[in-house]
Design a protein around this ligand. Structure first.
Ligand code: ATP
Ligand code: MG
Ligand code: MG
Length: 597
């Protein structure tokens, strides 16, 4: 695996390692047990990163970048990366999402990071954490802040709170509840916790500075009332921590060293630091606290990366599910046939920077081709079949039923992969677009009087075609030139300009082939407040009844091939079955970038 290329995060990490910033940390114990982790051996040379998805949807291509970044930095510097389910929100979270997130990370090849820390027994899975396991500690931290005069219960209405927060030009106004005593606040907070107040009636706020130029520092809410059951803690709580309060604590309890997030959180960093400094002073956490670093989120052209909008596509039936091969979810990209290698290469090339931008989707296809072309077995497939009859077959081979054996390399540059075997017969399937009654200029394939090579077969000369009543071509006729079989001394005796792919009607297998176009016609489907659904491409899926060469009879689900001339294909992981002889292939991408052409 290629190391993470030079980026500002590496400099930060290398500097921390050189300075021994985290040497005083003691590893061991389990997170959530509060301030005083059981003493373990000092662990000077390790960093800890984390990937903290909220289990409220499937992971998408943007998450792949964050996964790649966090897991590969940890690996490169001999550290570990935590998978943390950020499940502090009682609603919207679901076991299905937890499972899909685990599966996606395993698929990307980072599962070993989930199993290499013997110092942490008793956790559901090594390096897998649930933020909701820390609710007790978070509550204790909130109580501490109240006792220290650093938090208060605010009973303003949400509207009053919003107005009094001010804006960029106007400093905020102190709440009338701001000067209550710690004892009063503790009592009120206890009532909140005991379920004595309805949702939205009051919140706990950090007491910082209502005049701060950073609006996030104007007494941010840290706990709210939510009478809702939580998938992990059930009915134990009716107050839940806000993300901005919970996240730094999660990082600190897990002894994360470098908390890497996207740029939207830059303005939250002062609160992150404020909170951890207060809790460390109060003896609830050990120094030094983790630090937050931001990088620009990945935006990909023609792609939506909002979980809410992706959910809408699924729920409204615009796609067949979260793993529809047109979806930018990792489940969808996997089913489409993209490889973990291609996604990592793509993530790496998109760069780790401080300024945002858009990455062209074509870069993902390029990464796929580059990584798959050197290894993908080849096969012939005819996607838009037209029958071709070789008129002189009996003359050449003695019988209409004769099948001539043909060979082709499994991979042109990997002789060790061996040969493919199939046959040529009197009737074959060719691509409809390989015949023209009246050839346009520069057309070198089949037209009456022209010769082409059947790839891995013989040279044939077109003699004409048959049509039905509507004028549609139903069959092409040709004569075979004896002695011109590929791989024999006579192969070069006749020079032709065109080579076409084909399969024999006698041994070809029927297959369903799905050909995809972009899901959205616009480069930025949700830009400028546009309803992204209006940018849906009605032609994003075309299903073809194809014929494929017989060697594909052994294709297993998720096997990838290059269909000659047609691009890269994968056997669909849900619908393709070998035993049922139901061959279903998804086109991952063409052989070259042809979007918009
Ligand atoms: P959404 O807003 O669509 O729900 P999210 O960003 O809130 O997505 P999380 O599950 O909270 O989703 O994200 C987990 C991690 O993935 C976060 O650390 C976040 O920074 C990172 N991440 C999410 N989207 C991107 C992206 N487009 N590029 C890079 N990192 C991303
Ligand atoms: Mg989120
Ligand atoms: Mg978000």
């Amino acid at each position: 695996e290629t190391p993470v290329p030079g980026n500002f995060l590496r400099h930060v990490i290398e500097n921390d390692l050189a300075q021994g910033t985290y040497q005083s940390r003691h590893w061991g114990g389990s997170p959530g047990d509060g301030a005083h982790h059981a003493a373990g051996a000092p662990d000077p040379a390790r960093i800890r990163t984390r990937f903290p998805p909220e289990p409220n949807g499937y992971l998408h291509i943007g998450h792949a970048k964050s996964i790649w970044l966090n897991f590969s930095l940890a690996r490169e510097y001999g550290g570990v990366c935590h998978l943390r389910f950020d499940d502090t929100n009682p609603e919207k979270e679901d076991q299905e999402y937890v499972d899909s997130i685990r599966e996606a990370i395993r698929w990307l090849g980072y599962d070993h990071h989930l199993a290499d820390d013997p110092a942490r027994p008793g956790i559901r899975q090594p390096h897998e954490y649930f933020a909701s396991d820390y609710f007790d500690f978070m509550h204790r931290a909130a109580v501490y802040l109240i006792e220290a005069g650093l938090a208060y219960v605010d009973e303003q209405t949400p509207d009053e709170m919003r107005i009094n927060r001010g804006d960029f030009n106007t400093p905020g106004k102190n709440s009338p509840w701001r000067e209550r005593s710690p004892a009063q606040n503790l009592a009120r907070f206890a009532e909140m916790r005991a379920g004595q107040h309805p949702d939205g009636s009051m919140v706990l706020r950090a007491k910082i500075d209502m005049a701060s130029p950073n609006i996030n520092m104007r007494d941010p809410a840290i706990y709210r009332i939510r009478h809702a059951a939580h998938h992990n803690t059930g009915d134990k709580w009716c107050i839940y921590p806000m993300y901005t309060f919970a996240h730094p604590i999660e990082d600190a309890l897990e002894q994360i060293t470098h908390s890497i997030c996207t740029l939207e959180f830059e303005d939250q960093r002062p609160f992150y630091d404020w909170l951890l400094a207060r809790l460390t002073e109060g003896g609830l956490l050990k120094a030094p606290p983790p630090r937050q670093y931001e990088f620009a989120r990945l935006n990909v052209s023609h792609v939506i990366t909002s979980k809410r909008k992706l959910r809408q596509l699924v729920e409204e039936g615009h796609v067949s599910g979260w793993d529809d091969p047109r979806m930018p979810t990792l489940a969808g990209l996997r089913r489409r046939g993209y490889t973990p290698e291609s996604l990592k290469l793509f993530a790496e090339r998109s760069g780790v920077t401080k300024s945002g931008g858009w990455t062209d989707y074509a870069a993902l296809d390029a990464a796929l081709r580059e990584t798959l072309d050197p290894v993908a077995p080849r096969a012939m497939a005819v996607l838009e079949p037209l029958r071709l009859v070789i008129e002189n077959w009996e003359e050449v081979f003695g019988s209409a039923a004769h099948q001539q054996a043909c060979q082709a390399p499994v991979h042109p540059h990997l002789p060790a992969l061996g040969q493919r075997s199939f046959t040529l017969g009197k009737e074959i399937w060719i691509e409809r677009s390989d015949f023209e009654e009246t050839p346009p200029k520069g057309f070198f394939r089949l037209f009456p009087g022209n010769k082409v090579r059947l790839k891995y077969g013989y040279v044939i000369e077109c003699t004409g075609a048959e049509k039905d009543a509507t004028g549609q071509i139903t069959c092409v006729r040709a004569r075979l030139l004896p002695g011109t079989q590929s791989g024999t001394p006579g192969a070069d005796s006749v020079k032709v300009k065109g080579v076409i792919t084909w399969v024999n009607t006698a041994d070809a297998l029927p297959a369903q082939v799905r050909l995809y176009d972009r899901l959205f016609t616009e480069e930025q489907p949700d830009a400028g407040g546009r309803d992204f659904l209006t940018a849906l491409n009605p032609q994003s899926l075309r299903v073809a009844r194809a014929w494929v060469e017989p060697t594909l009879a052994k294709a297993q689900a998720e096997d990838r091939y290059q269909f000659e001339r047609h691009g890269f294909f994968v056997a669909d992981r849900r619908e393709h079955t070998v035993s049922g002889r139901n061959l279903v292939f998804n086109r991952i991408t063409g052989l070259r970038d042809s979007w918009g052409k």
